[in-house]
Structures are given as C-alpha cells and as structure tokens.
Ligand binder design. Structure first.
Ligand code: ATP
Length: 272
C-alpha cells in the first residue's frame, strides 16, 4: 500500500463533499478518479495533499522519506510534499515571466530544502539544479523551449510544464487534477503520452473527464458520486458497470468496446 484512506469524510456546512471513502492505492498504479461535477474529486485530492483537513477519517502514506507508514490525516501541504506527494493544479501555478528552465530549476531548488537556499552560492548545487531541470525538460518534451518565457507556451505546453514542476519535487505519488482541461486536441495526445511516460516510474492519481483517456491509460478507475466511492475496478469493468453508467457515463461505450466487451462477463467492480 502506498496511500490509504479510511472513512474519509469532508463536510462543508450541510454538504458532505467526501463521504466515508475507503481507498487504497498500490505503488506504481495509475488510478483515475472520475465522477460527475461536484462529486467530490477535487475535495478528495485536497484532503490527500493537506489543503483541507478531513471532518473525520484517516489518511496514511507509505513515504520513502519517512520511517514506515506516516499518518498524514492532518498534515499540511508542505509536509505532504516533503513526504513525496505532489500535485498539479487545475489552475496554472507557473511563474509566467520566468523561462521554462527557471520554473523547473526553482522547483528543484525549493525541493532540495533550506540548505540549498542557505548555500545558494555553492556552484555545485546550483549546477545540480540546472542539470536536474534540463533532464526534466527533456522528459516533458520542452527541452527546445528552455529559454522561452513560460507565458508564451501553448496551453498544453503549460500543462506539461506544471507536470515538470511537480516532478522537480521528486514525488512518490503525483496527483493530476484535469491536466487536459482546455488543452487543444493536437496537444492532448502529447500530454497523454507524457502522463503514461511518467507513470512508468511514478504512482499517479488522475482526475480526468475525457473518458477515452481514462479508459486508455488507467490501470484502475474509481468512481465518486455525491461524495461516495461507488465503484472501483479495471477500466473495462468500470465502463461496463450499470451503476457507473447510470451515475456518470450515460451511454459511453468507448472506442474499443467491441474488442473488449466479450471478456467482461463477470465485471470486476467493487462497490462502496
Ligand atoms: N470550500 C468549499 N466550501 C463549500 N463547499 C465546497 C467547497 N469545496 C467544494 N465544495 C462543494 O463540495 C462538493 C464537491 O466539490 P468538488 O469540487 O470536490 O467536486 P468535483 O468532483 O471536483 O467537481 P468538478 O468535476 O466540477 O471539478 C460540491 O458540492 C462543492 O460545491
């Protein structure tokens, strides 16, 4: 287990945005979180990263940066980040007038902690951050744009840069909140390839409304409806679940339904 929530609940006044969620993520999984608008997906992420404190329930994270499993139920975002939980936001969080390289370098430097700020004149660590940032730019496909002001990137490239900034934190678990929202169709393929590439050596939780992407790249899909986790299983089983179709998918059949429908006589969907 990398992450686990038990009875996780968050109420805002009369609204229970997240309602008793039992969830476990295994290391290496790419797990998509889907559900209708207002289902509680972003609140679920905010609870995990410590932006919000739960009303009740617990969250545990098996960080490589801590001894054993850490109880992160009430940890703040700085603490969860230090433990290896990073996210990219729906709202862009890059420095628009700095270069693409600087955006990632600063994130790498911040991650290395107060020592590298204190010894910022230390040429070696400064070079290390540049080196690390350049390696990340290669990976996210922005190496040729290293000196471009971030504000001049396309929307899709900005989303890639946000992922690069999150990668500079050396995360064990990356939470991506609608990374393809508003991205042009030609950039979507690139971004999807990038997420798959990152998933090769990171655990990922992904909030995504584009069902073709969800079905294509997820190892596992969980469905939130009205704050409750109503289904948890492999993509094909989720797509074919009547309950999920009723709550959210509303007739979605996907691109490859004919290829995979026959092996789904016993859908592997756990319900909450
Ligand atoms: N800070 C807040 N104060 C009051 N209510 C909130 C707050 N944040 C979220 N909510 C409510 O909690 C519920 C879940 O919202 P949330 O944003 O988590 O859903 P979501 O599944 O991420 O939706 P979307 O797909 O539209 O982003 C909604 O009813 C929302 O209005």
């Amino acid at each position: 287990m990398l992450l686990s929530t038990s009875g996780l609940t968050k109420s805002f006044g009369g609204i229970t945005a997240v309602d008793g969620v039992e969830f476990t993520l295994e290391e290496g999984e790419l797990c998509s979180v889907i559900g209708p608008n207002g289902a509680g997906k972003t609140t679920f992420f905010n609870l995990i990263t410590g932006e919000l404190e739960p009303t009740s329930g617990t969250i545990e994270f098996d960080s490589t940066n801590a001894e054993g499993v850490a109880d992160i139920t009430t940890a703040d975002p700085a603490t969860t980040a230090r433990l290896g939980l990073h996210r990219s936001y729906q709202i862009t969080n890059i420095f628009p007038t700095l270069s693409v390289l600087e955006n990632v370098r600063i994130a790498a430097q911040a991650h290395r902690g107060s020592d590298s700020w204190r010894f910022w004149r230390n040429v070696n660590s400064f070079d290390d951050h540049f080196e690390e940032a350049r390696t990340i730019l290669e990976r996210i496909g922005l190496a040729d744009d290293a000196d471009v002001e971030a504000q001049n990137l396309s929307h899709g490239e900005k989303r890639s840069l946000e992922i690069g900034i999150a990668l500079a934190g050396d995360p064990d678990l990356l939470l991506l909140d609608e990374p393809t929202a508003g991205v042009s169709s030609e950039d979507i393929g690139r971004l999807t390839d990038l997420i798959e590439n990152i998933a090769a050596d990171h655990s990922i939780m992904l909030i995504e409304h584009n069902m073709d992407i969800v079905m294509d790249i997820s190892d596992r899909v969980v469905v939130l409806d009205n704050g409750s986790l109503i289904a948890d299983g492999e993509p094909a089983a989720i797509r074919d679940s009547e309950r999920v179709q009723r709550a959210y998918l509303g007739g979605y059949e996907g691109d490859d339904r004919n290829e995979t429908a026959s092996d789904d006589s016993e859908p592997g969907v756990a319900t909450g």
